[in-house]
Design a protein around this ligand. Structure first.
Ligand SMILES: Nc1ncnc2c1ncn2[C@@H]1O[C@H](COP(=O)(O)OP(=O)(O)OP(=O)(O)O)[C@@H](O)[C@H]1O
Ligand SMILES: [Mg+2]
Length: 146
C-alpha cells in the first residue's frame, strides 16, 4: 500500500529520512526517485542521522559515490551523471551493494533493470506546500513521529 506524506519544509524532509533510516538494515538498497531539487539528498541527510553518521552528507556534484561511516556504512550514489550502465562496474556498484551496509541511490532510472534489486523505493515530488513523499515498502506508520 502506498503512503503519501506532505513535507512542508526541509526539516520535515530530514525528519522523514530519519524515520525511514531506522527501518533500513544491512543489505538494504533504497532507490530515491524525484526530479531535480525534489529533496532526495535532504532526505538522505536524515537517513544518515538515523544510521549514526556524523559527517555532513554532500550533494554530490561530480562524485557518483559518497561513503559515510555510521552504525552501518552508508553508500550514497548519485547517478545523475552516469552515462552508461557499464560505468556501474567501474565504480564498483555491485561490490558496494553486496556489503553489509545501506545503499541509497539518487536517479535510479540510470540503473535500468538492475533497479529490480531494490529493497525499498520512494518518490519525492514538488507540491504547492512543500514536497510530497510517497513510500510503499515501509510500514504505514513509519512516519508517525515526524
Ligand atoms: N519539504 C520541503 N519543502 C521545501 N523545500 C525543501 C523540502 N525538502 C527539501 N527542500 C529543499 O529543496 C532543495 C533541494 O534539495 P536537495 O538537494 O535535497 O534535492 P535533490 O533531489 O537531491 O536535488 P538533485 O536532483 O539536484 O540532486 C533544498 O534547498 C532543500 O532545502
Ligand atoms: Mg541530490
Amino acid at each position: 500500500m502506498a503512503v503519501e506524506q506532505l513535507l512542508t519544509d526541509e526539516e520535515q524532509t530530514i525528519s522523514a529520512g530519519r524515520c525511514l533510516g531506522r527501518l533500513l538494515s544491512p543489505g538494504s538498497l533504497l532507490l530515491l526517485e524525484g526530479e531535480l531539487g525534489a529533496g532526495k539528498t535532504t532526505l538522505i541527510r536524515g537517513i544518515a542521522a538515523a544510521l549514526g553518521v556524523s559527517q555532513r552528507v554532500q550533494s554530490p556534484t561530480f562524485d557518483i559515490l559518497h561513503e559515510y561511516d555510521g552504525r552501518l556504512p552508508l553508500f550514497h550514489f548519485d547517478l545523475y551523471r552516469l552515462v552508461a550502465p557499464d560505468q556501474l562496474f567501474e565504480i564498483g556498484f555491485f561490490d558496494y551493494i553486496a556489503r553489509e551496509g545501506v545503499t541509497v541511490v539518487e536517479w535510479p532510472d540510470r540503473l535500468g533493470e538492475l533497479a529490480d534489486a531494490a529493497t525499498h523505493r520512494l518518490l519525492l515530488e514538488y507540491h504547492p506546500r512543500g514536497r510530497l513523499l510517497t513510500t510503499s515498502d515501509f510500514p504505514a506508520d513509519s512516519m508517525l513521529k515526524l
